[in-house]
Design a protein around this ligand. Structure first.
Ligand code: FPP
Length: 258
């Protein structure tokens, strides 16, 4: 009896989700969605589990949302996986998070390849452990010819550091006569950022109820639509993602015009 009801309810949910996906696809989907995946630690604490259990659960959500983003036709999904400030955390937690890309790719890379997903990353590669970087670079190389969704991990990423590095390179190119001071404008400056090959995010999602940017894509988010939810990242699911996309589709983007 209970099982029958459970399966009927689940079947209904799946049908609802399918219908919502079809509806979302009928309207303009954002080309680039960026997500600040927050709340893993709180999710674990609520269950009296170690913080890292939340990160591990969060990894499974990465797979779920990636598959859906690809299915509805996003071009890019950028996920803030580790910031330049996250090194302040206990070493054991940092070590755990740095193992997640490998574990994720060990499990899901075949599926990502099969689904035409291309893996990329932004961030400062210098301090990332070798084993982490090797796993990500292998995935990038293995998927370089895919032209479906770009799954872009922001790993050891900090927006201020990115902007400062861009400014230094602009100054150098002016000094070297490669560009002139008069050439500097939004478009040219964007070409000095780690996201030069990507469009700017259309939609930013942050989970866990925090309403801040935490040094994430400060330049790139200038005209992005924001969507915040109280859901903790490990609890974030397809329904929430579709809700964010649906809200985005109902917004009017004016870029400063009327
Ligand atoms: C923020 O939550 C989350 C992180 C710093 C790590 C995010 C990493 C994942 C979701 C897994 C990434 C998976 C792959 C495949 C790279 P928090 O720890 O700050 O949570 P809290 O605010 O509740 O403490």
């Amino acid at each position: 009896m209970f099982y029958n009801r459970f399966f009927r309810k689940n079947k209904k949910n799946t049908e609802n989700t399918k219908q919502r996906i079809n509806n979302v696809k009928k309207h303009q989907v954002p080309a680039h969605v960026a997500i600040i995946m927050d709340g893993n630690g709180r999710w674990a604490k609520k269950r009296s589990l170690p913080r890292v259990a939340g990160h591990h659960e969060g990894m499974k959500v990465v797979r779920k949302i990636t598959v859906l983003a690809n299915e509805i036709g996003l071009k890019t999904l950028t996920l803030y996986a580790f910031s330049t400030e996250n090194w302040k955390r206990p070493k054991s937690e940092v070590d755990f998070i740095m193992k997640l890309p490998e574990e994720f790719l060990n499990i899901y890379l075949p599926e990502l390849k099969e689904k035409n997903v291309r893996v990329q990353m932004i961030g400062d590669k210098t301090n990332i452990p070798k084993h982490t970087l090797q796993a990500v670079e292998k995935a990038m190389n293995d998927t370089k010819d895919n032209d479906g969704l770009i799954l872009n991990f922001a790993l050891n990423y900090g927006s201020r550091a990115e902007i400062i590095s861009a400014v230094k390179n602009v100054v150098k190119d002016v000094k070297d006569g490669i560009i002139s001071e008069n050439d500097i404008n939004d478009e040219l400056f964007s070409q000095y950022l780690m996201t030069k090959h990507l469009t700017e995010p259309d939609l930013l999602i942050r989970t866990s109820g925090e309403i801040r940017l935490s040094n994430f894509m400060l330049w790139q988010l200038a005209y992005t639509e924001f969507w915040f939810t109280k859901e903790l990242w490990p609890d974030f699911n397809e329904e929430h993602f579709l809700q964010a996309i649906e809200q985005y589709q109902n917004r009017s983007r004016r870029y400063g015009g009327i």
